[in-house]
Design a protein around this ligand. Structure first.
Ligand code: PMP
Length: 395
């Protein structure tokens, strides 16, 4: 059979990142490649208890079809949670999604026609790039520094692309860099978005996982004309297998999102929504997040100390105060794939930087994850990685 795919389907079946994760998944390899939360922190007993209660108290309702915008009790819990991030909203401004990945997809579906420009951080979350490409977006990457997207470069991107549809940003503990945009830069980003009259898609899966430094309020908290579509998720603060996230946006937009959501998957898993709402009613999720932060703080500290000890001089790396990732930049014209191959021979892995770039790739960059690894393995793995970097520079 000769299948006649739509233009959205990639010609190649190549999955370079999948291949990297497969190679890195071997038992003998210490892998900093994935982005998995620490499973030992999942509140299994508590979730089991509230699941039983949901079945006992409202099993039939929880197993029935439900509304596309999400369970009202869960949306109310999220409204309360958002206040802590200085976002004052209502349940009618929220739609529950099947994780932030779906939030990104629905937003792209709603705004991107083939050829439309989407401005992104350079580098950025590679699965968001995949989504934007699926809808035919023209991607424009904006250079970053240690404080996130550079505002002068953002302005230049608008001058060159006046018909931009939206800016996609991960302002807190960005994936892949771990960088956080300070508050004054967030204000400047809003000003530019106003000047060029575009919306901002603020993706915030990691903001709650700050283990050092002071909180920086989301861009949505200073959004005075409803141009920010904010999205977050339970994936990193509870468990990613639950597949529940949310969008906060203007009511008019939520109505459109609801229509798009209905045709995508009718509604997100109703049982899971009941379970999370119950969990948030019975437990203080911030107590749970505090446990996550304590473990990640420790692991990031161990990785940072090991990097300082074992990486050759001149290698640049980010110093995250939260989230899951460290970004490494090896100077010179180093081939990251060669470095990756050397690492695999030395039983250690990372994700090479290339797939995180929308257009201009900076070689010698890669992402390290520290959330899903013991202290001992972090030290051994970074030692091996340091040696592999030295070997690759020398070759
Ligand atoms: N956005 C970013 C920046 C992410 O890192 C991730 C998960 N790795 C997602 C969205 C998707 O998260 P979810 O599990 O909620 O779909």
């Amino acid at each position: 059979m000769n299948y006649h795919y739509s233009d959205r389907v990639p010609e190649s079946d190549e999955d370079p990142v999948g291949n990297i994760l497969k190679v890195a998944g071997s038992d003998k390899i210490i892998s900093f490649a994935g982005g998995l939360p620490a499973p030992e922190l999942f509140p299994v007993d508590e979730l089991k208890k509230v699941t039983d209660e949901v079945y006992d108290e409202s099993g039939r309702a929880a197993l029935q079809y439900s509304v596309a915008n999400g369970l009202p009790e869960l949306r109310e819990q999220i409204v309360k949670r958002m206040v802590k991030s200085n976002i004052h909203t209502t349940a009618d401004n929220i739609i529950i999604t099947t994780g932030s990945q779906q939030s990104i997809d629905l937003t792209a579906k709603m705004f991107v026609n083939p050829g439309d420009t989407v401005i992104v951080e350079q580098p950025t979350y590679l699965c968001a790039l995949d989504v934007f490409r699926t809808y035919g977006a023209h991607l424009v990457g904006v250079e970053m520094d240690d404080d996130g997207m550079k505002i002068d470069a953002l302005e230049q991107a608008f001058v060159a692309n006046p018909n931009t549809k939206f800016i996609y940003t991960i302002p807190s503990f960005q994936n892949p860099t771990g960088r956080t945009m300070p508050f004054d830069r967030r204000q400047k980003m809003i000003e530019i978005a106003k000047k060029y009259d575009v919306i901002i898609l603020e993706d915030d899966p990691y903001g709650a996982i700050r283990y050092a430094g002071d909180d920086v309020a989301p861009i949505k908290s200073i959004d005075d004309d409803e141009r920010v579509i904010y999205m977050s998720t339970f994936s990193k603060i509870l468990a990613p297998g639950l597949r529940i996230g949310w969008i906060v946006a203007e009511k008019k937009l939520v109505k459109k999102f609801t229509l798009m959501k209905q045709s995508a998957d009718v509604h997100s898993d109703n049982l899971t929504q009941h379970i999370i709402a119950k969990f948030m009613g019975e437990y203080n999720i911030d107590d749970h997040i505090a446990k996550i932060k304590a473990v990640y703080r420790e692991r990031e500290g161990v990785m940072m100390d090991a990097i300082e000890t074992y990486f050759p001089k001149g290698v640049h790396y980010s110093h995250p105060e939260g989230g899951l990732f460290i970004w490494v930049e090896v100077p010179g014209d180093i081939n990251t794939q060669d470095l990756f191959n050397t690492c695999i021979k030395n039983d250690v892995a990372f994700v090479p930087g290339e797939p995180f770039y929308a257009d201009k790739v900076i070689p010698g960059t890669f992402r390290l994850n520290y959330s899903n690894m013991t202290d001992e393995k972090i030290v051994t793995g970074i030692q091996r990685l340091g040696k592999a970097i030295e070997q690759t520079i020398a070759s």
